[in-house]
Design a protein around this ligand. Sequence first.
Ligand code: HEM
Length: 458
Amino acid sequence: YRFLDKIKNHPPSPFPVLPIIGHFYLFKKPLHRTLSKLSDRFGPVLLLRFGSRPVLLISSPSAADLVWAPYGDHWRNLRRISTLEILTSSRVQMMSHIRTDEIRSLMRRLVRSRNQTVELKSLFFELVLNVMMRMIAGKRYYGENVEPVEDTKRFQEMVRDTLRLGGTTNISDFLPVLRFVSRGYEKSLIELQEKRDRFMQRLIEENRERASSESSTSLSEENNKNMIQVLLFLQENEPDYYTDEIIRGMMLALFSAGTDTSSGLMEWAMSLMLNHPEVLKKAQDELEYCVGHDCLVDESDLPKLSYLHCIIKETMRMYPVGALIPHQSSEEYTVSGFRIPRDTMLLVNLWAIQNDPKVWDGPAKFKPKRFKELGDGMRDGFKLMPFGVGRRGCPGENLAMRMVGLTMASLIQCFERETILNEKIDMTEQLGLSLSKAFPSKLQYQPCPTMLNALSQI
Ligand code: HEM
């Protein structure tokens, strides 16, 4: 290992990677915690080598501006399209009816299944998938009024395979010499990718046919367009730039970056609130004060719900769903006088930064109110960056905050909930690269008597 001040103008030296893997596998700790221990022991900025690959591990807010390092071409196009065309605030706003519809459909489902046990993970995951797929392609695949047709089955199977393969740790990512062990895994990944490509291409063709058969006026109305239609419209003028491959890549990027993250955050936040009834009570009081009982909370109410906003932020601080942000320098790069070699993987340990006792007061405590005291200036010091920062920061932040905010607000406003046998929810983290719950949170929902009237109207 080398500390950052020692790597100035030196190439990375080989780091014995076995202790990391040993810790990961033997002590069964999630990787962000293992790497955090390593940083505690050797320093907050380490240059390691995994096989032939230099890896810069950052666990300190003062070094986090390294995430500004240059990035490669292959992602630049997708990035540009997502921020300038697809996830602009006006388009996200235009699609608010989809989020409202889907959240109301979830509420009807919960009213119907009162006294039955529900699993938060699948509930939120299906909600977010429906929202994302309606925004992308105008179709939903789960819940009410969804026919079990071939297309639906294919989509659901594809999602299952993605979760199964995505949740597997591939040992050859850490030790490339063991590549032969993971050949079967790599083959399954390639097959899955081909399946997803065929599925996405079919959706593109369907929308292309619809565009040519529908009147040009109905499609020129921005409100009616899904994301594929927006991209096909752009393709007409710039076919070499907006190719079908780019459209498929865009769909996949939104689908994979937006679903697990948003639903994971909702599960962590709801579980934390169930374990802290005093926080839940304050959130209920806020909703009662700001919205009342006569109508359901709406996206336009979200700016008034400042305590709910603090709960979401505090959840993201304690359980950032992207706990380790990986970047890669496409060229040799110098920052603050330190030389970062080309092709270095920059791994920012967000979890370690956001849970560092030197930076946060009592970081293991769930204390939403700390954000009321600290205000929004927190970001400036790179102490809290659950969506990343700068030009590689998450382009879906606005969408995610609206979707998560409205779902949480609706559940808090309309339902009373009981954990199974009133036990505390187990907050153990799953092993793996993303930060998800090891055990699903299960509970029963009962509509609040005061909200029955408003609920009966949806
Ligand atoms: C709670 C929800 C979410 C969280 C916590 C989250 C977090 C993140 C983080 C940490 C990154 C990496 C930033 C970096 O590399 O510096 C990222 C990237 C990205 N996110 Fe999100 N995200 C969320 C929801 C979404 C949604 C809803 C979408 C879109 C529909 C989305 C689309 C993307 C895309 C396309 C990237 C890649 C950007 C790039 O590499 O340039 N995310 N997100």
